[in-house]
Write a protein that binds this ligand. Structure first.
Ligand code: ADP
Ligand code: MG
Length: 266
């Protein structure tokens, strides 16, 4: 069974006399364990889609099934329950508590759940280990680099073991190399079984994802292997972006080869 099933999803905002159709007619199915990039220009509807996927908002039309359950018509408190149980969020702006240590930031969702202190600590340390940041537990966000802050935010999203990890432009505030490292971390989490949806407007990052979906004006216009969807987008953006996508796809292929060496004699 698909983890996510979107059927004819539309989202309109009423602004006085005008109506903005942020999403028009979205069909999308995502299986457990997939890693999907959502790409599209600013204003195309990516964040609106993420907010619906994450149960932060409800669609105007259509049906959303999450793990087999219809969540498109839930009341606010029921949506909050689904969100707390099933979803981990990562944002462009990290959204960490500035005065709390990395460890305390990661513990926070467990405090809301009433998990006892000792178990909280252990689970937060384990989550920080998964993002390779267990040696920075005591540091406050201001004492960490941008990439490290985003790793703390990813650990905080993972600590509740959500069925779905949603990241909306998580590399938007990071330099290019750090952005690549964060995508590398998501690839690693994906290999360990996490289901991830990542919004990015950078074709070279989407090219490293197994699957990408391109949105234009609230509609899905391409859905397929990350390299192919990113390349179609890159061609419209010019030679430099095409070169970046090709380089990213070479890196992805080399990494895949390194993980799965050919059997002897084959
Ligand atoms: P993206 O994340 O791809 O940049 P968004 O999903 O944020 O795009 O926005 C899609 C469209 O919906 C835009 O035209 C935006 O102005 C509009 N929109 C988004 N949120 C609201 C809102 N709360 N009220 C009115 N219009 C909105
Ligand atoms: Mg957005």
């Amino acid at each position: 069974m698909a983890l996510i099933e979107l059927d004819h999803i539309g989202k309109a905002y009423d602004l006085g006399l005008t109506r903005v159709h942020a999403l028009r007619d979205i069909h999308l199915a995502i299986e457990p364990g997939e890693f999907v990039a959502i790409i599209g220009q600013s204003g195309s509807g990516k964040s609106t889609l993420m907010n619906i996927l994450g149960c932060l908002d409800v669609p105007t039309t259509g049906r959303y099934r999450l793990a087999g359950r219809d969540v498109s018509e839930l009341a606010d408190d029921e949506l909050a329950d689904v969100r707390n149980l099933e979803i981990g969020f990562v944002f462009q702006s990290f959204q960490l508590l500035p005065r709390a240590s990395a460890l305390e930031n990661v513990e926070l969702p467990l405090i809301y759940r009433g998990i006892p202190r000792k178990e909280r600590r252990e689970r937060a340390i384990e989550a920080l280990r998964r993002v390779q940041l267990d040696d920075r537990m005591k540091h406050k966000p201001t004492e960490l680099s941008g990439g490290q802050r985003q790793r703390v935010a990813i650990a905080r999203a993972l600590v509740t073991e959500p069925s779905l990890l949603l990241a909306d432009e998580p590399t938007g505030n990071l330099d290019s190399r750090t952005g690549e490292e964060i995508v590398g971390l998501f690839l690693d989490l994906h290999r360990k079984g996490n289901t991830i949806v990542l919004v990015t407007h950078e074709p070279k990052l989407a090219a490293r994802c197994p699957r990408a979906v391109r949105i234009v004006d609230g509609l899905v216009i391409a859905d397929g292997p990350g390299v192919e969807v990113a390349m179609a987008n890159a061609e419209a953006m010019g030679a430099e972006v095409v070169a970046q996508v090709l380089a990213a796809s070479a890196v992805a292929e080399a990494a895949a080869r390194a993980r799965a060496p050919e059997a002897p004699g084959s």
